[in-house]
Design a protein around this ligand. Sequence first.
Ligand code: ARG
Length: 409
Amino acid sequence: MAEKEKVVLAYSGGLDTSVIVKWLQIEKNLDVVAICGNVGQDEKDLSWIKQKALDMGAIASEAIDMRAEYADKILTKAIWANGKYEGIYPLLSALSRPLISKHLVDIAHQYGAKYIAHGCTGKGNDQVRFETCIRALDPQIQIIAPVRVWDLTTRDSEMEWAEANGVPVPTTHKKPYSIDDNLWGRAIECGVLEDTWNTPPADIWTMTSNPEDCPADPEAVTIGFEAGVPVSINGEKKPLLDLIIEANEIAGRNGFGRIDMIEDRVVGIKSRECYECPAALLLIQAHQSLETLCLDAETLKQKAKNDVEWASTVYRGLWFSQNRNALDAYNAYTQKFVTGEVRIKLCKGGLFVDGLRSPYSLYDYNLATYDEGDTFDHTAARGFIDLHGLQSKTWSRVQGPGSGLQPID
Ligand code: ARG
């Protein structure tokens, strides 16, 4: 008998991807290799997920701890870029997909698999990201997206198919939300959130305390950076992974990090998204503040534009691209001197930057002070303003109020 072709599946252990393990065997006659990536999601013990895929007939199943790589290779770049899509969302799902894709492609090569499959729907961003990243890493690999093609469109039909084909169906009710989570935060969508006027129910939040119930006394936290990367928290040096875990806890217990937004998906749909990203928002804020101390005005202006572009590029699944690499090259240069400390205070869901210092600070006390010790040459301002104001003067004389042509309104 000819050997079957192989498919590597991004497996989560949930109903959809469990049905897919069977579906790929039955409908596509493929051998399934199931991969579950640990990117710091709530589900810590992945061994049952690994076993579940084998129980469903997968020929191999692997749970891979990607957390340190996620922190060191991906989140460092996101911090450099102050990465927030539409200025709000710190990209937690968009950032994890390229890393998972890379592992899927590596495993496909290892097993000689011709196909990669995922469980994303046809309406979301994640399908775009997986497939764009996989294409960029190996254009030969073919992608199967069962949820996009099968006719199990309702949950009942899916449960029926599962039962008929020996996939254990959950006894509990369908979870009321669609959730994706990792080190960089949690995304909560669907259910009652689909009505934009509904208050997000209290039970959607698991990483952050309700701000109203948080301690009234502010909690201070100091983040140390080297070359744009967080390296210490409250004076203690830590690997980024551990630092993020601690920052999630500190900010979370002070109710900081909740987002409720309308987001523009790649496929043209506006969707209502709730997120909680305590560490991500804290570290980005700290980093961005430190940049104001260490980067000059022109660079800050240019970088702010680049940062918008970086977030949009990554959101649209183009992690593996010329553009993202080029933007990161710009960032690598600008981050060389973004070293120092940021003191933050957290209180009842709020975050306040409380102090900044850097050995490379461009802030010059003697230039800035209005007290004694002022070294700024006040007489130089006169000539500067003469030249700076020249275009305004000329415009006014020829076309503006100075010419008597225009009223001032
Ligand atoms: N809207 C967010 C994004 O596109 C979150 C997606 C979360 N995925 C999920 N399956 N719930 O990045």
